[in-house]
Design a protein around this ligand. Structure first.
Ligand SMILES: [Zn+2]
Length: 111
């Protein structure tokens, strides 16, 4: 399947994974197993597969990014962990599951 992305000079889709925790309760990257503390903040997801009735070439989310990969690996927070002002959008993860991720309400027009 050709996505035609190269036509636009657009980067590859972001790899989105749910963060996991190790035996000590430390948040780790499920792709490489490394601790991911210290990078919590606003992240962007390029070309998300959105389950909800919403189209976007890019989503702004909140969470961690693991910088140990040549590709962009984002580990979004769970929307329940975030204060008011964040909506929840269900997207497909790289492992085939889907999960709600936080998105600023202004981004999805539900403010
Ligand atoms: Zn990683």
């Amino acid at each position: 399947m050709s996505t035609g992305l190269s036509r636009y000079g657009v980067e590859a889709p972001t790899v989105v994974r749910a963060p996991t925790t190790d035996a000590d309760g430390l948040k780790i990257c499920p792709e490489c197993g490394a601790p991911i503390g210290g990078t919590l903040g606003t992240q962007r997801i390029a070309h998300p597969t959105i389950r909800d009735d919403l189209e976007a070439d890019e989503l702004v989310t909140h969470g961690y990014r693991c910088n140990r990969h040549p590709s962009w690996v984002v580990l979004p927070s769970h929307p329940n962990e975030l204060p008011d002002g964040w909506a929840s959008v269900e997207i497909d993860l790289a492992d085939g599951r889907s999960r709600p991720v936080p998105v600023p309400q202004a981004e999805v027009g539900t403010a």
